[in-house]
Design a protein. Sequence first.
Length: 338
Amino acid sequence: MLVLGIETSCDETGIALYDSEKGLIGHTLHSQIKLHAEYGGVVPELASRDHIRHIIPLIDKLLKDQSLTVHSIDSVAYTAGPGLSGALLVGSCVAEAIACSLNIPSVPIHHLEGHLLAPMLEEESPSFPFLALLVSGGHSQLIHVTAIGDYKIIGDTLDDAAGEAFDKTAQLLGLGYPGGAALSALAEKGEAFFNLPRPLLNSHGYDFSFSGLKTAVLTLIKKQEFLTETIKENIAFEFQEAITDVLVKKSLLALENLNLDQLVVSGGVGANKQLRQKLIQQSKDKNFKVFFPALEFCTDNGAMIALAGALRHHLSAKNDYKFTVNPRWRLSELKPTA
């Protein structure tokens, strides 16, 4: 079964083709970073218009690159939420139109489920059950995963998510938007000099809170007589240490309490080098397995949506071609596949 995956939840148009027997056979992505950078954040109307401009050409190019035609597709999976309403509508409309014209099933996919399952695109992938650390611009969650669609959120974001804190702190340091990757690069040049709080580090629960950490960075910056490059590097270093310390400790606590030995890390912050290094070291010290998607599949992409569509095809596939988008769709609302 060949699944076309379409991702348009925010500011990246992702298209992919996934074969249920051969695996991922091709994917392409158009990023809107340059479009939104001058505004310091995503402008929903511009995002929607840019999706409209690129989605069909991307699908055509991917099919041609793989020497396929649209008639080769057996099913269409698309992100139905959460995300920006207008952006979601673009992908949903195109996906349902393609499915209807070919009289094939369509599969609405939860964006976060795509991220959660992304490590299964790799040659070595987790088996059920496992713990998932999902860290992105809008979410910092710990999820107990027992099957496709069977997700229990045990830890959630109380305010700013990890990725949001990275971007906002990057702006405070004058690194522009999006600043997460730039801040991480700056942190590699820094050293331990400042001391920032680790919010909820020693709490017994699994929830995350990074708003106070961001405020602490702002206070620290205001205290500096001159914000030199060295000071920026050291602030970035300490900020990244604080974030990753909390993410790692909460994950280890959940693994121990749930008696699990597999950890999946996904989402944009899952690409952070320091987070990966800390978790890999801990996995060796504490004898558990940790799984990451390839860096190109940490951010929004069509491959994870196509994979999720193939994995839940028999549960979610529909042929009525009616659709609705759900900008605030909770992952816990999904149904198990069995």
